[in-house]
Structure formats: C-alpha cells, structure tokens
Design a protein. Structure first.
Length: 107
C-alpha cells in the first residue's frame, strides 16, 4: 500500500481516531492509551501497530513502560490530498448555485 492509503486506513477506525485525539495531549503510557477502551490489550496493540505503520505514532520504551506519542505529520498528507479536491468541489457547488439562481429567475 502507498503511504496515503496506510494513513487513511489508520484513521478510518473510530478507536484509532480516539487514540490519536488522546495523544494530542502529549505522550502517554501504553496502559493509559488502552484504559478508555473495553478491549483486550492485544487488540489495543494491533490498533497501535496500524497507527505506527502509518507513521502516526511512535513508541518508546522507558524502563519497563512503553510510551506512545503522536506524530501528526502524516495527517498533513491527508489534508493536502483533500485540499486538491477543494477547487473541484467549489466549482461544482458554484455551478449548482448558478443553476438554481437561473431557475429561480425564470419562474
């Protein structure tokens, strides 16, 4: 998969988006990331591995604990991809608005 697909896949699941939101407050221990979810630790690990593969999180072992931190740079790639279509949609919406204005004038 290309990198953009990895990032889009990673952010497609609500659990992973919640993890990302949690990590915007700063690095957190693995257990603190897992705590809000009614999931087995194995499932949390799988979610974090997917986020890590997409480059959205980094893990760091400090003694016996694992800390997870957010790396938001890949989200910029998603934002840029979406932005490319902004011109297209703006044009489409402007044409639709013009259509309704002309229809209103003819009535």
């Amino acid at each position: 998969m290309d990198h953009l697909s990895d990032v889009l896949t990673a952010i497609s699941h609500p659990t992973r988006r919640t993890m990302i939101k949690h990590l915007t407050r700063g690095p957190a221990r693995f257990l603190d990331v897992a705590k809000p979810f009614d999931l087995a630790l194995n499932a949390v690990t799988k979610h974090l591995k997917l986020l890590e593969r997409a480059g959205l999180v980094a893990r760091e072992r400090r003694g016996r604990e694992v800390f997870v931190s957010l790396r938001p740079e890949p989200l910029r790639e998603v934002s840029m991809w979406i932005h490319e279509y902004e011109h297209f949609w703006t044009k489409q919406l402007d044409e639709l608005e013009q259509h309704f204005k002309s229809k209103k004038k003819s009535n």
